[in-house]
Design a binder for this molecule. Structure first.
Ligand code: ADP
Length: 288
């Protein structure tokens, strides 16, 4: 849950400052990506953990409203739901403190249980849960497609990268993972090669307004995005990832899934919020 307060300026240590307004927003990368799929009319189940508290209840309600199956969202009675405490000053800069809470407690065993009897075509994971849980998800994905959105970025073992069908870093995550900022075709290719050499099958870098870039052993391709007037870029990457996973799962050819994901990411930037700004299938199709 994102807890956002606007302030005239940031407080100094020890200072109490009166803020200008307080809002809560349902967030979390996994939840946002699931909500993106739900809003597109896709079928998805979120495997995650919240606390047995009011934020946990509100997050589950938001997912159900978006059309997400929440049977695999575990409620932990002993730990608080993960929150991000965000302050935004008048110039629009922010400071963010994340308290992972239950997100840090999702275990490989719980992931295993979630996968029992599950039927699925694609597994999409992020890094706001423990690496061991992500590794478990990659193992249980078996012959299905495993997409890893490496956000927030961190060092990843080759054991995990070798199981990834599509790795979807944004520009800064690409730099953290490879040491190369993907600013032009050459640096995109160089960064992707680093990841392909580590065993990733397809590298799909999101480039903000410039769209996205796919590279694998067969070749490379740049996919321009559509032109929009962004008002809030929060969760564009989550919209892209959810859409890509869903369109791939629903049988679209990869290039079409990427084009549709670009449109979903772009349309997400035209509305305020994270889960609230995910577009519907008809809105996306109108641009395709
Ligand atoms: P993140 O939110 O993780 O930083 P990006 O900014 O790369 O991710 O955005 C994800 C995708 O959303 C991009 O690949 C692109 O398709 C689309 N997108 C994001 N911002 C814009 C924009 N200003 N105009 C058009 N498309 C955008």
């Amino acid at each position: 849950m994102d807890l956002v307060v606007r302030t005239p300026r940031f407080p100094s240590p020890g200072e109490t400052l009166i803020g200008l307004g307080f809002q809560t927003f349902a967030g979390g990368k996994g939840a946002n990506q699931a909500a993106a799929i739900g809003k597109l009319g896709g079928k998805c189940s979120l495997l995650a953990k919240v606390g047995k508290d009011s934020f946990g209840q509100a997050l589950i309600a938001s997912l159900i409203q978006a059309g997400v199956n929440t049977e695999n969202v575990i409620e932990d009675p002993h730990e608080a739901t993960g929150v991000a405490i965000i302050t935004v000053d008048q110039s629009g800069q922010n400071t963010i403190v994340v308290a992972p809470g239950t997100n840090a407690l999702l275990t490989p065993e719980e992931v295993q249980v979630g996968f029992l009897d599950a039927t699925f075509d694609v597994v999409l994971a992020q890094l706001e849960i423990p690496l061991e849980a992500v590794l478990a998800a990659s193992q249980f994905s078996d012959a299905r497609k495993f997409i890893l959105n490496p956000a927030p970025a961190r060092d990843l073992p080759n054991e995990l990268l070798q199981r990834v069908d599509y790795l979807t870093p944004n520009e800064t995550e690409t730099q953290i993972l490879t040491g190369i900022y993907p600013s032009d075709p050459t640096s995109c290719r160089e960064a992707a090669q680093v990841l392909l050499r580590k065993g990733v099958k397809n590298v799909l870098i999101t480039l903000g307004a410039k769209g996205s870039y796919l590279c694998n052993i067969e070749g490379e391709k740049h996919f321009p995005s559509i032109k929009v007037q962004p008002v809030d870029t929060t969760a564009a990457g989550d919209a892209f990832n959810g859409a890509f996973a869903w369109f791939l799962a629903s049988g679209k050819p990869v290039f079409d899934a990427i084009r549709l994901a670009n449109i979903t990411g772009a349309l997400c930037t035209t509305k305020m919020g994270a889960q609230a700004s995910m577009p519907s299938l008809s809105e996306v199709q109108a641009w395709f």
